[in-house]
Ligand binder design. Sequence first.
Ligand code: C2E
Ligand code: CA
Ligand code: CA
Length: 670
Amino acid sequence: MQDSRRWRCKVFRSFVAWITGHLTVPDDDSDLLKAQFAVFSSQVPLMYSIVLVNSWALAYPFMTTAPVWLAVYVPLGLSLVCAVRLVGWWRMRRTVPTAQYAHQALTRTNKFAFVLSVGLTVWALSLYPYGDAYGQGNIAFFIAITGVGVIICLQQLRSAAFIVAIVINTSFVVYFSLAGIASFVGMATNMALVSIALLLVVAIQFRHFAGAVSARSELEAISRENAKLANLDSLTGLSNRRQFFAHLEAAVSESGDRRVAVGIIDLDGFKPINDLYGHTVGDNLLVEVGQRLAALAGSNVQISRLGGDEFAVTVTDCGTDDAELLAMGERLCTALRDPFVLAEATVQVSGSMGFSVYPHLAADAHELYERADYALYRSKRTNRGHPVLFTQEHVVEIDQSQRIEQVLGSANLAAEMEVVFQPIMDTRFAKVVSFEALARWTSPVLGKVPPDHFIPVAERVGLISELTCVLLNKALASASTWPEDVGLSFNLSTHDISTSDGVATIVGIILSSGVDPCRIDFEITETAMMYDFSQAKASIEIFQLLGCGIALDDFGTGYSSLSQLHALPLTKIKIDRSFVSGLHENPASYKIVKSLLALSSDMGLGCVIEGVETEEELAALKQLGCLLVQGYYYSPPVPAVDAANFLSEAGVVRMTDQQPPRRTLAAVSP
Ligand code: C2E
Ligand code: CA
Ligand code: CA
């Protein structure tokens, strides 16, 4: 007996605890609070409409029997209060609340729900003595149905729904079960059961609602995280290509009359580091590069990684001074030249950079990027490790190269291409050691087109291999008429040595020409090597096995790591003419040439100095002990017939006296 009472007490206490736990607005879930606020504000008009219409429908029949203050003034006052609340919520309907704001508003609604339901119930029951049986039934119906309607509207604000249910329904049940009328007692019992069922439904519905809100919040958090990942480069943490373009589009469309600049940076010498030290070192280097660039970026500069070893700099509101922009670019390039001390190795790279500016020379974000990319290409070719700004001259160049591209595509290469020859001289005896073959194109449409213009186009459109074959055949045909001791230097481009098929074709041409491979030097630029170091090395080794020499062309203009040069089976370096012009009066150039000569001698390599134009330059070079030179001082490139004449006039020096020993086919065969 005692046990069952204790058990009943326990159940009652749990029920009361359950009820009271549902009477306050929880403040620990900000997403839920905001969702409750949003749903509730949309249901407020419906709820107040139910209350007002039902109240006036109840008051109307009592206007003749009940005192005026009760049948008219009270519902009027009620209408006024409801209208004020309604306007208040209407104003807030578009508010995106903070969690704190939503909590305050919902707590206020809780309190108001208590006051309103007490007021409504007291008012309706006050009318009871003035009504006949119908009127009293009407009151019971009003309280029950209005209560249910309001509770349904308050479903998502569980606490308010509970308050209304408790106040209205408890009063109803208590009042009508004490009314002493059997029908009302029945209604009260019904109402008690319906109320309990309604509270359970509200509790379950609310749990579902809260669950849906939390699932939606989680989804939103996941999609926010995904969006972040989709916009960031996972290695460096910088914005990625996608974010770069999105930011650029936005910067351009919001620029107004301000200028927007884009700089694209491509590392020089990254690929060999990746090949030599492995991808971990490569990755760590890219991270450090990103950090160095980001450290130098001002507030109006965004740094992105576009992929591989390519980075981008977006400058919003970049001012009107191009010199300032270039100075910023120079700071970035200078920073990249400092050695990178990584855990595994200390490595050195440089960064070439192309800038373009909107709206000065770009109509939209796409063109801005394309033109910066073109400026980068110019930087790589002519100003490695430094920034280049896209200018009107580049627009002309692009037009020109598009025109060349069109015409070259349908050109008869064998008929239109010629090879001219420039002697490489021995300074001691002023005699020819070899000739460098240089391409010349006379197009029936465009006239004479310099190789600087059409070779890059041929490389870009995939015509270079065919062109190389035509030129090599012609050059070898001329070389076969020269004395055996005169060599041939022939330029190869990146693409010629980047596939084993290309190399095999070249080897086939040499073998079928009848010219001894030992007479041939292939000239390859550093850029060609850096493109794919291991493939370049493999190709060079094949030429070397054949007995050909390999000269590193334009030495000093690009990025060269001595360790990499050492890893290649080179026989010569050709020092670029930019170091030669005026070296007799320029101590810096003089010192550079002097040290490059010493370097080549230490490495057992031959050394040709290009672009010697004056007697003074030649004298200075002779003083430095330079043996091989090439340049206008001796002869410009001349047609094949003139080369033959030149030989008979200038005489020939035996190549074997001047060059480092080469392995011949016989020497390498077992
Ligand atoms: P390069 O290999 O560095 O060739 C040397 C360039 O310097 C030649 O220009 C030559 O005419 C020029 N030059 C020689 N001596 C002097 C001098 O004393 N002063 C000055 N200012 N210039 C001098 P060219 O013939 O216009 O060739 C330009 C470039 O085009 C070459 O540079 C080479 O990179 C490329 N090229 C030429 N022919 C071929 C070819 O058959 N195949 C490939 N792949 N590239 C070629
Ligand atoms: Ca050359
Ligand atoms: Ca050269």
